[in-house]
Every structure is written in structure tokens, then in C-alpha cells.
Design a protein around this ligand. Sequence first.
Ligand code: PAF
Length: 278
Amino acid sequence: MHVIHTQNELVETLKKLNNIAFVPTMGNLHDGHLKLIEEALKKTNLVVVSIFINPLQFNSKDDFKNYPRTLDEDLLMLEKLDVPFVFVPPKENIIDSLQTIEIHLSDIANDLCGRFRPGHFNGVATIICKLFNLIQPELAFFGRKDFQQLFLIKELVKQLNYPIHIIAIDTVRDKNGLAMSSRNILLSEEDRKRAPQLFELLNVMKDKVMQKKLSFKEIEEDADRLLNASGWIVDYLTIRSAESLKTPVHDEKQLVILGAATLGSVRLIDNIEFCIQD
Ligand code: PAF
């Protein structure tokens, strides 16, 4: 496994290589990341995994400071998977001290998580563009757990004409349904047991949508009340079009229910995508 620390070394190493698959991460690797990497390795043996905790996408200094950092364990895991290239740049190597240029995504970036984390997705898009420019992959892998991120990256690739195929990988869950996330290790033991409630509630909301007895607004309000009453602080629990991420128009079939809520001091997100039958 070749661990690369600078952008010059990265460009030099990848110069003559084609058909690269790229898996961007912020480290603290878990089974969700490993699934992305395994899927990438099925397509090509030229896989680049990046590990970079991107300061541009954090809107709280504490959140950035507390983000789990486990580089040694991460590298061991990647070694076991036989990943050929890992890019681990120091901040100064990839973010200019005078970084005044940023990608500004469309309005949907200011909705859902963007409403609670202003500038977050512009920060994600900026680092992803830098990494795409340096690595020039043919394929890039993103998880469906970050549904809004995946949606915006697909838009970015389309609107900025990157010749990159974005591959979406299903969320990996604990046996109890909890979506794998780097933030899960920040949960107390007690909260870790309660955390699957979020996905359970998304499933209840889905069942209610399928039953077609209540309006979407009633379903959302009931869910919000229930989760807040169980000690969570809900940012949003909302039913959207899976195609536009906007409020579904009449008779729209491809839906996604997205939720974000804080348990203890840990903000978790999850979603469930489905199709309504007639
Ligand atoms: O999903 C993440 O871990 C990050 O947002 C990403 C895509 C690696 C960009 O920093």
C-alpha cells in the first residue's frame, strides 16, 4: 500500500494510470466505508482512498476538534483490504491559507442539513472538486446514508462537466438498524442503545405514507413530536421527492424520508428511500 502525503506526489504517482476509482473519506473508517472500498476494488485494482478531515465543511470549531481521528487504525484496515493508494494530505498541502474561492451549490444545499449547518455542503463540494482535479478518477463512490451529499455531488459532477461516474452504495447498518457513522463512537453506551430509534421512526413514517390515511404534514408532525418526547432534539423529519429532494408534487412515486436529530451531543442523520405503489 502506497501512502501519499502531498499533492505533487499524488499527481506524479497517478500520472500514467487510467481507470482510477476514488473513495473520499474523513477517516475513522467503519464497515460503511469498507463497503465503499470493497465495491470500488470490484471495479478496478486502481483504487485511491483519501483520508482528510476537511475543515471547510465544519461549521463549529468544537465539532471539528471532536471529530474522531484514528489514522493508525484506518491505515491498518486499508492495508488488510489491499488498497493500493491512500492519500493523507496535511491541511496546508491541500487548502490554501488564503482559500477565498469556494464552490457555491444550488439552493437545495441550504435546505435540510444545510439549514442547520450553513456552508457545510459548499465546503464538501470545494474539497471534492480539489480531490477530483488531482486524482481525475473515472469512478467515485459515495454512501446513500448521506443522501443530500450524494444528491449534490451528482449535481456538481453534471453541472461542472466532470467526466466521473458517481456510484451510490447502500447504507450499512448495525444488526439493530443503526446506520454506520463515524459519529457513533461519540455516543454514550446508553445513547448507543437508543440511537436505532431514528431509523425505526423513519420506517414507521414510511408505513404511514404507504397507508395513505394521513397527510405528509401530519406524518411529519407526529414523528417530530414522538422523537422530541423521547429525548432527542429533532432538526428535521421530512418526506421528500427522491428525484428533486423537494416537497413531493402530487402523485410523485419515488420518495425519500430524511431525518436528522441529536442524541446527547451527537447529531445523527439517516434516510429511507422507497417507491409508493398505486
Ligand atoms: O462523507 C464524508 O465523509 C465527507 O463529506 C467527504 C465526502 C469525504 C468530503 O470531505
